[in-house]
Design a protein around this ligand. Structure first.
Ligand code: SF4
Length: 356
């Protein structure tokens, strides 16, 4: 058996990326790094160079609101909101536009410049009441002007997306969850390709796309590499990285969380694979424990703050203080919006600089 070829230095890959070759990281090297080859501190140092070159000291902050909680017919094995599992999450009605506007005001006060409206639904059919309610909610948040309006609604036709866009939607979240070859271990009620079609429809309309995944669901390193490469091929704009949070009653309950150092390796590898994208940490980032501040040194350029959908998050004040102590600044992830330029009250009180 021949010896494995030497691994390229992460700094040489970073040099090539900084010289303009965004795809300098080849799939084989990515997979070997994700498998544990390569020195973690060297990987992080190279990833940090890319983060700073692209984002400087800016950190993207966004928030979400659960606009329709629970009762989802899909079978995603990690999810507390599937009606197939006994997780204690009861189905609720859609929040009213006023309730959602209040959430956007709170998000803005916390320093977020975007609010994602999330519904636990398979999707929204053309002409459905659900789609009508979402269009109303998007329009209300857009008019209120506290934050940009993003959404995560499951499957929506191109026509439905166009109506949402006309109401003020600027970005669609539609996660791929994991690599293509592991997807059927996570979800069986819809396909990977159906997800990709929705992402492409959104892109074809000029909507920004926010597409990421979840780690720690039993996937192998090559599944993680597959996901990163799929996101690179799709050229999405934002990449949320989630880490499995144990939810009793789901098929994935009882798994040990990933070790913090493995989480940092994933973040660094995704930054090296996706140098242009805003990579932000969402659910499960508390598994980093004491290493949490190192997520930025590993290449993360943002984080979701405030309440998650059904799982706990750190307090907003703790997160804003962390940024201030690290000398980082909250920034705006989408197109400039003059009405968002005034610094939010909470961030100002903590002397956290906010740049547009
Ligand atoms: S992840 Fe979304 S689509 Fe899947 S079960 Fe949960 S709410 Fe439904």
């Amino acid at each position: 058996m021949s010896a494995p070829s030497p691994l390229p230095s992460p700094h040489l890959i970073a040099d090539r990326i900084l010289a303009g070759d965004q795809s300098a990281l080849d799939p084989a090297t990515l997979e070997r790094w994700l498998t544990g080859e390569g020195e973690i501190w060297e990987l992080m140092a190279a990833a940090d160079r890319l983060r700073r070159a692209r984002f400087g000291n800016s950190v993207h902050l966004c928030s979400i609101v659960n606009a329709k909680r629970g009762g989802c017919p899909e079978d995603c094995g990690f999810c507390a909101q599937s009606r197939r599992y006994h997780t204690g999450v009861e189905p609720e009605r859609f929040l009213s536009p006023d309730e959602i506007v209040s959430a956007s005001a709170r998000a803005r006060e916390h320093g977020s410049t975007a609010l994602g409206l999330v519904t636990a639904t398979r999707g929204m059919e053309d002409g459905s009441r659900a789609l009508g309610l979402m269009i109303e909610a998007v329009d209300a948040v857009h008019r209120a002007g506290h934050t940009e309006v993003h959404a995560s609604l499951g499957f929506v036709s191109r026509d439905g997306l166009q109506k949402l866009q006309a109401a003020g939607l600027t970005e669609l979240n539609h996660n791929l969850e994991t690599g293509r070859s592991y997807f059927d271990q996570v979800v069986t009620t819809h396909t990977y390709d159906a997800r990709i079609q929705t992402i492409r429809d959104a892109q074809s309309l000029g909507l920004r796309t926010c597409v990421g995944g979840i780690f720690g669901m039993g996937e192998a390193p090559w599944h993680r590499a597959e996901l990163a490469l799929e996101l690179r091929a799709l050229d999405v704009d934002e990449v949320p990285l989630n880490f499995l949070v144990d939810v009793e009653g789901t098929p994935m309950a009882g798994r040990d969380p990933l070790a913090p150092i493995e989480m940092l390796r994933i973040i660094a590898c995704f930054r090296l694979a996706l140098p242009r994208q805003n990579i932000f940490l969402a659910a499960g980032r508390h598994h980093l424990g004491q290493l949490l501040p190192l997520m930025f040194a590993a290449g993360a350029s943002g984080m979701m703050i405030g309440d998650f959908l059904t799982t706990p998050n750190r307090s907003v004040d703790d997160d804003l203080r962390l940024l201030a102590e690290l000398g980082l600044e909250g920034h705006h992830c989408g197109a400039p919006r003059p009405e968002l330029d005034a610094p939010p009250a909470r961030a100002a009180a903590l002397r956290l600089p906010i740049v547009a």
